[in-house]
Design a protein around this ligand. Structure first.
Ligand code: WT7
Length: 636
């Protein structure tokens, strides 16, 4: 199957995908190895949500990521790994070597009692073993749940317990920039808290010693020695779960987004090939962490399904200096580069001297993901990294969508700064008003919904299907609701305006305001709190917390100690990514007579807008607003 090569192809494919979605996706599915062909392409219900793609089909996704390439690409590089420390050597896995490593680790999992359908949690640094373990789970039919290494012990414990995992994969330490994350000791604490974990398999990333629990903890390298290399792939149904990935919503508890096998495979491969216009010998680099959906779909599955060379980077953009990305691009001759706006803004702030040292002439396509990209960052990326000759694909999608939904197709669809532009074939976006009526026409704004299923959409939230229905399919009847506000301009192009629910996007990381509030409220002496996002130059959004403490606490602590301790509590309960940028101790929150917090006012104050609060006459105590304002100005 070829790629979309021009506007006309796009128009034809888009039309086909809407007129006859089943024929369109069946043709895409034909490209893969199926042990048994599907009986039905699509079966769905958006009112009482359930969806099935390629029902009756049987396959194993790793046969498509690995075995399928052994004939023609066995010596081609599958994963090219670059270490955090620039003095450390790269590690390269060809398709043949990756296949072998995955099979061998599959046997390690089996040897430790992991069976089809079991959940395996992974709390790992960005090393090849993480990708290998993800694929090994898929090979034996275990459901992987990767937890980002920046989450705290408590957050990890919550996710382990929710998934009911009995095996945890981790590493002793994880180097990141000039810091080293003590993954194993965090994992120890989490396992203790969560219960249910029988085995912890530990990859030795550094030489430092760690605490060891006899009978539970096992060294990765020692386990490998005990098993054979060959491992047949487990035959899975198209709708068997592939993985769970936790993400934040508007309630306090993160939800386990569940994806299944067949549809996810077809969609991630299709979007990878088309959006980036991937060609056989391209070197492709996505800078995300595998702990997020971007890493799942566009470091591991999408690229490997297409037989690509996927670069995997352990470090951060600014270590040892702000030229690190560009040095790697030149050294590996990267052709396709995919990163987050927050990284672009951070590097932009460091100045051009770090860019000008490098040629960057291998680059053909640039991508961004995770949050709205502001015009300045877009222009800088386009001019200084792409030298004005590389199309930028601003890809809008979500953990729940599994793959890219609205995006330019590189070099095919025209780009427009700050616009994700047009839906990919198979995606039918609509804007709806507060009542759920579709808003037609151009030059309009509304709530972004999708009105027809696509193969990689969320199947359920782990252990709680009602929650899945309520979150995505109940606000606007008959539609999948994204939680984003969106504008469709005069050209029919889509521009994502940001979340319309209580979800923040901090450095491309998704966090619920309620989740951060829950963490703050656990600090002893806190009566209540309200958290809002506010515009932040580098992070996109920063976290602003308004906190009410009881008077006895205020008598014994200084305000500055209180703030520090509240921040530390959030780091302990969730992780560093959720640490509030600002904490303001207030005497009360602006509440209506019915007890609802008026977040609108708190958002304004956080933005530094001290007037035009609109109607505040419904507030129980309007003088609170004045006192919060004064406090905010004093804190500046
Ligand atoms: C939310 C999803 C998809 C992988 C990374 C984030 C925001 C994502 C864009 C974009 C504007 C974007 C949305 C979305 N978002 N991509 N190109 N332009 N906003 O996945 O953690 O599930 O977050 O990120 O608000 O709903 P996620």
């Amino acid at each position: 199957m070829s790629r979309i090569k021009n506007l006309e192809d796009y128009a034809v494919d888009y039309r086909k995908s809407v007129m006859d979605p089943e024929a369109f996706w069946a043709a895409q599915a034909e490209r893969f190895v199926w042990r048994k062909r599907w009986e039905e392409v699509l079966n769905y219900d958006f009112l009482d949500y359930q969806v099935e793609w390629f029902k009756g089909g049987q396959l194993n996704i790793t046969e498509n990521c690995l075995d399928r390439h052994l004939l023609h690409r066995s010596d081609k590089t599958a994963i090219h790994w670059v270490a955090n420390d620039p003095r450390d050597e790269d590690r390269v896995y060809t398709y043949k070597q990756l296949h072998q490593a995955v099979c061998q680790f599959s046997n390690v999992l089996k040897n430790n009692g992991v069976q089809k359908g079991d959940r395996v949690c992974l709390y790992m640094p960005m090393v090849p073993e993480l990708a290998i373990a993800v694929l090994a789970c898929a090979r034996i039919g275990a459901i992987h749940s990767v937890i980002f290494g920046g989450f705290s012990a408590q957050a990890l414990a919550d996710r382990i317990a929710d998934a009911g995992a009995k095996v945890l994969l981790t590493a002793n330490f994880g180097p990141r920039g000039n810091k080293v994350i003590p993954l194993k000791s965090i994992a120890d604490e989490a396992v203790e808290k969560a219960g249910g974990v029988e085995k912890v398999i530990v990859y030795q990333r550094t030489t430092e010693e760690v605490n060891w629990v006899q009978g539970r903890d096992l060294w990765w390298h020692e386990e490998l020695e005990k098993v054979e290399v060959a491992c047949e792939a487990e035959i899975m149904d198209a709708e068997d779960p592939l993985f769970i990935l936790y993400t934040s919503g508007s309630t306090g508890k993160p939800k386990g987004v569940m994806h299944t096998t067949g549809g996810y495979m077809v969609y991630t491969a299709y979007t990878f090939r088309n959006v980036f216009q991937y060609e056989e010998n391209d070197v492709y680099w996505c800078t995300a962490d595998i702990g997020w959906i971007t890493g799942h779909s566009y470091i591991v599955y999408g690229p490997l399904l297409e037989g690509a060379t996927s670069v995997m980077f352990e470090g951060i953009p600014t270590y040892p200096d702000a030229g690190r990305f560009w040095r790697i691009v030149d050294r590996l001759k990267v052709n396709i580069f995919y990163t987050a706006p927050t990284a672009i803004r951070a590097l932009m702030a460091q100045g051009l001297e770090y860019v000008e040292l490098y040629k960057l002439d291998s680059l053909k396509v640039l991508g961004t993901v995770g949050e709205p990209i502001n015009r300045e960052a877009w222009e800088w990326y386009h001019l200084h990294i792409g030298k004005g000759r590389c199309p930028i694909v601003d890809t809008w999608w979500q953990t729940e969508t599994g793959g890219i939904m609205i995006s330019p197709i590189a070099g095919v669809l025209p780009t427009k700064p700050t616009y994700a532009t047009l839906p990919l074939p198979g995606i039918q976006p609509v804007l709806v008003d507060a009542e759920g009526n579709e808003i037609e026409g151009k030059g309009v704004e509304g709530n972004l919904c999708i009105k027809y299923p696509w193969p990689s959409m969320i199947r359920t939230t782990w252990g709680d299907h009602e929650r899945c229905k309520n979150t995505y399919f109940s606000t606007f009847k008959g539609y999948y609701f994204t939680g984003d506000g969106c504008r469709r301009d005069e050209d029919g192009y889509y521009r994502i305006l940001g979340r319309v629910d209580d979800v923040m996007n901090v450095s491309g990381h998704r966090l619920g305001t309620a989740e951060v509030e829950n963490a703050i409220n656990m600090y002893q002496g806190v009566v209540e709190s309200a958290v809002v996002g506010y515009p932040h130059e580098i992070k996109g959004q920063g976290i602003y917390a308004y906190v009410v403490c009881d008077s006895s606490k205020l008598e014994v602590s200084t305000i500055s100690d209180l703030k520090t301790e509240i921040m530390a509590t959030v780091v302990e309960k969730i992780g560093k990514i959720a640490r509030p940028d600002k904490v303001q101790i207030v005497r009360g929150l602006p509440k209506t007579r019915s007890g609802k917090i008026m977040r609108r006012i708190l958002r304004k104050i956080a933005e530094g807008q001290m007037d035009n609060f609109g109607d505040i006459s419904t507030l129980l105590d309007p003088s609170i607003v004045e006192s919060i304002k004064e406090g905010a100005q004093k804190d500046e």
